[in-house]
Write a protein that binds this ligand. Structure first.
Ligand code: DLL
Length: 432
């Protein structure tokens, strides 16, 4: 039987949970109306006041918030508490426009730690574990979030941050880390390095909590196999706190959303209409307990499906699928919608590691797409005919998946730069 960190919250009767959400939502709507002039104006423009919101069924009446609103109000324009009540800032890694700055009160940090502690417990963690946090520390939320959750649970926490792979391996073996938290691409790199160093029998890892970027089921299988662990997904975004908005349990069938803190909706990204449970669309969140930086109906741009079926683990919170791409960075190549995760799953099915880059360009008004992939080390002979036929086979398999022909270029093992944080998978030169 699985242990729960906050069983009364995570396994709450659905009717009670909905009552709790309604109560917290009403309080939050009044809070932003009273304390955030930008929100009050947005609501007035839509002709809605706090009195119009009686329960979560009225959510659709509220205006959406997007990254553009956050940029417009940079840095403090959406804060609902005076700065003297705030204790921390985190910020997104966004490369375009102004960064997004999110603020936290001490209570916000405590609740965020709870969310991450729940994720650790769902991955089998307890105060007996040694947790190696290999997410970046600093403005990125990954390190601080899992660090906070690990402390809250009483685990022995190793605040490694990302990078310095040799030291990661040394501490993993010397200190006996049992749970690894980092991005899935860094986990795959660490797994490769462990194999190369021949120290697999010296590591004690039993679980990994990997998120912050898209990864396929095949990549999960490959990491689980190489490290001999169970690999759990975790989802979150800076705007809502960071990691721990949702996390996987032992069933590994979707991520439970911490619904006592976040109300999730799925909308059609074109019409912006809410879609029924089970539909595929853009995920929208309302944070109902955040004090410093509360967001109502925040458009994540992540495309996924919600599932309200009962989970075998006993948690009653609904689950979200892995994000299947983003409504804003989905690639359109020769008119076809392409998600990098689709290409990744073909690579893994065909026996390649997920070390690849997708290069998109436009030549003579026509899109070109090249997928650069590392050859498996045991097949790297330099024999040209073999190379050509491997490239052709892979290109055919990708065509079967996507419906368009892409050029595949196999390159030497370890020639694509490894990432210590989120991997850069796509180089789209058409935008430049
Ligand atoms: O990536 C927070 C985080 C840290 C999550 C550590 C999990 C672990 P941001 O940098 O603000 O926050 O990026 C948020 O990353 O909208 C998704 O597009 C993507 N993302 C986050 N988790 C996952 C995941 C952190 N498990 C953006 N699978 C989100 C796929 C993910 N994409």
């Amino acid at each position: 039987m699985e242990r729960y960190y906050q069983k009364e919250m995570e396994c709450m009767d659905r009717d009670k949970l909905l009552d709790l959400q309604n109560e917290r939502l009403l309080k939050q709507v009044k809070n932003v109306w009273d304390n955030v002039p930008y929100y009050r104006n947005k609501m007035k423009e839509k002709g809605v006041t706090p009195d119009d919101i009686k329960s979560r069924d009225d959510l659709y009446k509220l205006p959406f918030v997007t990254k553009d609103d956050l940029r417009e109000t940079y840095p403090y324009g959406l804060f609902a508490r005076p700065l003297k009540d705030c204790v921390r800032i985190h910020s997104t890694s966004g490369t375009t426009g102004r960064r997004v700055v999110a603020g936290y009160t001490q209570n916000d940090i405590d609740l965020w730690d709870d969310c991450c502690a729940r994720a650790l417990v769902a991955a089998g963690g307890s105060d007996e574990d040694v947790v190696q946090v290999g997410y970046g520390y600093g403005l990125f939320t990954g390190g601080a979030g899992l660090n906070g959750g690990s402390h809250k649970l009483g685990c022995l926490t190793i605040p490694m941050s990302s990078g310095n792979t040799q030291r990661q391996l040394q501490f993993m073996t010397d200190l006996g880390s049992t749970i690894l938290c980092c991005t899935p691409s860094y986990a795959a790199y660490l797994a490769e390095s462990i194999e190369e160093a021949g120290i697999r029998n010296k590591i004690k890892l039993k679980a990994g909590i990997f998120g912050a970027e898209a990864w396929s089921e095949s990549m999960r299988a490959s990491i689980e196999d190489m490290l001999g662990i169970k690999a759990y997904d975790i989802y979150g975004l800076t705007e809502l706190s960071g990691p721990g908005v949702a996390f996987e349990c032992s069933a590994q069938q979707g991520m439970h959303i911490n619904e006592d803190h976040f109300i999730a909706e799925i909308i059609d990204p074109e019409t912006l209409e809410p879609l029924p449970m089970g539909s595929k669309g853009e995920l929208v969140f309302t944070s109902i307990t955040k004090e410093a930086f509360p967001l109502l109906r925040y458009r994540t741009k992540d495309i996924c499906i919600l599932n309200e079926e009962k989970c075998s683990c006993g948690r009653t919170h609904i689950r979200m699928s892995k994000p299947m791409g983003r409504s804003d960075d989905m690639l359109i190549i020769k008119g076809v919608n392409v998600f990098p995760s689709q290409i990744e799953s073909v690579l893994i099915e065909q026996g390649y590691q997920p070390n690849y880059q997708i290069l998109v360009d436009r030549v003579n008004n026509s899109d070109t797409c090249e997928v650069k992939v590392e050859m498996p080390a045991d097949q790297f002979t330099g024999e040209l005919t073999k190379l050509n036929s491997m490239e052709r086979d892979l290109s055919d398999a990708i065509k079967t998946m996507l419906g368009i022909k892409v050029k595949v270029r196999l390159v030497a093992p370890r020639s694509i730069q490894r990432s210590e944080g989120k991997a850069v998978r796509v180089i789209d030169n058409r935008k430049i």
